[in-house]
Design a protein around this ligand. Structure first.
Ligand code: APR
Ligand code: PHB
Length: 394
């Protein structure tokens, strides 16, 4: 079997890349270890930057997002029992975000590929990469986990296989630098059947720890609580979760958190990670395969999408004008934006969470930081422009 671009992983990065390439008449094959049902059902985050939203519209996969997603023009920071609205729309000259779950984006992109006859092979096993520093790199795999060993011969390989995939280790460790920071806390996330408690997202700093109120639909709400990274979900009964959310989110003006049956809960770890470079020979990493952000800035999905925008342009220039300029600079172009998103995610995480190691002095500095950014126009603008998404600088 052969193709122009062999894509490992059907997450947002791999699926979006395949669709962008298709629109330019470039062939690709996606190999994915999980089943279609699994990738379409995994609950992840759900905030699309302005640029991600614009791209979905530009490439014709936005019908459901435009119908079911929720455009948010502002966001609230809450601390000392008081809310402060950041009017992103006004501060950024008309930009905003869309709350639309990542698995819905996956459903839309898989459908777009399948409807156009795209080749997606789910449930593969034993995926391995070969000859990535030659002109004919190959991917070996087995269908249905234990079928015959098959080979996909490619011009290029896109490693869109997430943090634990086999692509990143193919960049020799002698030329690969990995930057890593593991945070001492995790997020306990819930989905509950309830109407929204607020029209926009609430990022809340409280002495007991961070809390986040997000949404999925008029009937389903998504909320998070900072917990210890090693905590066990079995320690968190529904009553304990609601009681802790009520405590952290309480305000002095009588705001009401609406409760409802919890039907999904899990704890996610928090880390920052960057691999430099993101390319080697004919292998290009995109998304979580190359970098991870803690979820506080809502950047994970958006970074995956901006990487593949650059990569798709690189392949387009290669096939249409025989130019390797963007491909050669792929890592450099992406990492500039990645590091800024790492900075913002790290900043939001530091400003909004409780740190066991903080002295009373550091705790007061944290509150002063929140007071500053929510009362200075420059502070507000900085949060707003990062939250709606920075441009790709070519
Ligand atoms: N072979 C084929 N596919 C693989 C392999 C493998 N050996 N290993 C992993 N995969 C698949 C995973 O099953 C997953 O579906 O690669 C896909 C990677 O998708 P994501 O983890 O969603 O990564 P990415 O597309 O970069 O999107 C980043 O997803 O994890 C969230 O928070 C993250 O929002 C961010 C976004
Ligand atoms: C979500 O809705 O899941 C969500 C929203 C904002 C974040 C992270 C996750 O920062």
């Amino acid at each position: 079997m052969r193709t122009q671009v062999g894509i490992i992983g059907a997450g947002p990065a791999g699926l979006m890349l395949s669709h962008l390439l298709h629109l330019q008449g470039i062939e690709s094959v996606i190999l994915e270890t999980r089943t279609r049902e699994e990738i379409e059902g995994t609950i992840r985050a759900g905030v699309l930057e302005q640029g991600t939203m614009d791209l979905m519209r530009e490439i014709g996969v936005s019908q459901r997002m435009d119908r079911e997603g929720q455009a948010h023009h502002g966001v609230e920071f809450r601390f000392n029992g008081k809310g402060h609205r950041i009017n992103m729309y006004e501060l950024t000259g008309g930009k905003h975000v869309m709350v639309y779950a990542q698995h819905e984006v996956i459903i839309d992109l898989v459908k777009a590929r399948v409807d156009r006859g795209g080749e997606l092979i789910f449930n593969v096993g034993d995926v391995s990469l070969h000859g990535v520093d030659t002109d004919k790199p190959t991917i070996q795999f087995r269908r249905d986990k234990d079928g015959e060993l098959e080979e996909l011969v490619c011009d290029f390989i896109a490693g869109c296989d997430g943090f634990h995939g086999p692509s990143r280790p193919m960049i020799p460790s002698s030329i690969r630098t990995e930057y890593d920071k593991v945070f001492p806390m995790g997020w306990l996330g819930i989905l509950a059947e309830a109407p929204p408690s607020a029209p926009e997202l609430i990022y809340c700093n409280h002495d007991n720890g961070f809390a986040l109120v997000s949404t999925r639909s008029p009937e389903i709400q998504r909320m998070y609580l900072q917990v210890d990274a090693k905590d066990n979900i079995a320690n968190w009964s529904d009553d304990r979760i609601w009681s802790e959310l009520q405590t952290r989110l309480q305000t002095s003006d009588g705001w009401n958190l609406i409760e409802g049956p919890i039907f999904q809960k899990n704890i996610v770890a928090m880390r920052s990670f960057v691999c430099d470079p993101m390319q080697y020979g004919r292998l290009f990493l995109a998304g979580d395969a190359a970098h991870i952000v803690p979820p506080t800035g809502a950047k994970g999905l958006n970074l995956a999408i901006s990487d593949v925008r650059v990569l798709a342009k690189g392949f387009e220039d290669f096939y249409k004008s025989n130019s390797r300029d963007v491909l050669n600079r792929y890592s450099e172009i992406c990492l500039r934006r990645v590091w800024k998103a790492e900075r913002f995610s790290n900043y939001m995480t530091s400003m909004l969470h409780r740190f066991e190691t903080h002295s009373p002095f550091e705790r007061r500095i944290q509150l002063a930081e929140l007071d500053y950014v929510t009362s200075s126009r420059i502070g507000l603008t900085s949060i707003a422009e990062n939250y709606v998404g920075l441009p790709i600088e070519w």
